[in-house]
Design a protein around this ligand. Structure first.
Ligand code: NAD
Ligand code: UDP
Length: 314
């Protein structure tokens, strides 16, 4: 069989660039498509000399025709700061991006994986969250452009599958962190590390008792690849690390691991900020034989080292 040609939308972003690395290592040809809204060329600059790697500047709200065997649809800003910057554009990216990529998958008979999110569960009143939970999402709040956009993308995936037999995979990603997050990303792990390394105040929103479960990037990419290459399953499938921490605990661990002189200061809790979040990964364990291997403390070390390098280069 000839080498697989694989499209990664959002491929110059945090997760997308790690995915491109792994796909090239596996011997595939990779087309990385990005509009560089939150991603950057520097995330994939080490791949540019590889003849099996192509970088395309393109916005997924517009159709594109490419001959590919697989599509990983990751294009969408993921940090609240960035997805709320232009909420209309965010929802267009999720919805029109999904329509365009599903249309492409249908036309060239490619398998397509949609990067969905734990945000489809909203502010969950079931804990931990299994895939069967329909969620508790505000349709008109400031997070809705992202949450509802991702929910519609899931709907589109299922409808193209039922109506047109498109070969789909839906992964629900829970908070993932690691090297190549942008310094100005705005999500909690990168914010706290950057603040700690600069000995600036650590901005804890609300009282810090809200929880998240943090997955290291290598574990996430392994789960994503297994789902894409597993036959007979569409998902949605939760991929995340069930290790759950309050945001205050995260701040304390980051201060400890960086040896920072930073102080914790409180800032108002943003509207609709979910109170708790933890993946139920029973299905991923059973179907993919997957579970995370990297603990929060283990994953924070290379992440801190990465941000040290980034900040010293500035
Ligand atoms: P990121 O912001 O680093 O990456 C998103 C990438 O998509 C960037 O390179 C950006 O430039 C690109 N992009 C945005 N809009 C685009 C458009 N209209 N056309 C083309 N490219 C566009 O974020 P990430 O953490 O790498 O997230 C990747 C995907 O995974 C996103 O779809 C996100 O919703 C999903 N996800 C991530 C997490 C997480 O914790 N990292 C959790 C849940 C879901
Ligand atoms: N948060 C915080 N300080 C920050 C950034 C985020 O306390 O500087 C909190 C935020 O209110 C939320 C949690 O950390 O409760 C995770 O936020 P993030 O933006 O990383 O992702 P979310 O899971 O909310 O989409």
């Amino acid at each position: 069989m000839s080498r697989k040609r694989i499209l990664v939308t959002g491929g110059a972003g945090f997760l997308g660039s790690h995915l491109c690395d792994r796909l090239l290592q596996s011997g595939a040809d990779v087309i990385c498509l990005d509009n560089f809204f939150t991603g950057s060329k520097s995330n994939v600059s080490h791949l540019l000399s590889d003849p099996r790697f192509e970088l395309v500047r393109h916005d997924v709200v517009h159709p594109i025709l490419l001959e590919v065997d697989q599509i990983f649809n990751l294009a969408c800003p993921a940090s609240p700061v960035h997805y709320q910057y232009n909420p209309v554009k965010t929802i267009k990216t999720s919805v029109m991006g999904a329509i365009n990529m599903l249309g492409l998958a249908k036309r060239v008979r490619a398998r397509i994986l949609q990067a969905s999110t734990s945000e489809v569960y909203g502010d969950p009143n079931l804990h931990p969250q299994p895939e069967s939970y329909w969620g508790h999402v505000n349709p008109i709040g400031i997070r809705s452009c992202y949450d509802e956009g991702k929910r519609v993308a899931e709907t589109l995936m299922m409808d193209y599958h039922r109506q047109n037999k498109v070969d789909i995979r839906i992964i629900r990603i829970f908070n993932t962190y690691g090297p190549r997050m942008a310094v100005n990303d705005g999500r909690v792990v990168s914010n706290f590390i950057v603040q700690a390394l600069r000995n600036q105040d650590i901005t804890l929103y609300g009282d810090g008792s809200q929880t998240r479960s943090f997955c290291f990037v290598s574990d996430l990419i392994e789960g994503m690849l297994r789902l894409m290459n597993c036959d007979g399953i569409t998902g949605p499938l939760n991929i995340g690390n069930p290790g759950e921490f309050t945001i205050r605990e995260l701040a304390e661990i980051v201060i400890e691991l960086t040896g920072s002189r930073s102080q914790i200061v409180h800032r108002p809790l943003p509207q609709d900020d979910p109170v708790q979040r933890q993946p139920d990964i029973t299905q991923a364990r059973a179907v993919l034989g997957w579970e995370p291997k990297v603990s929060l403390r283990e994953g924070l070390k290379p992440t801190i080292e990465y941000f040290e390098r980034e900040l010293s280069a500035q």
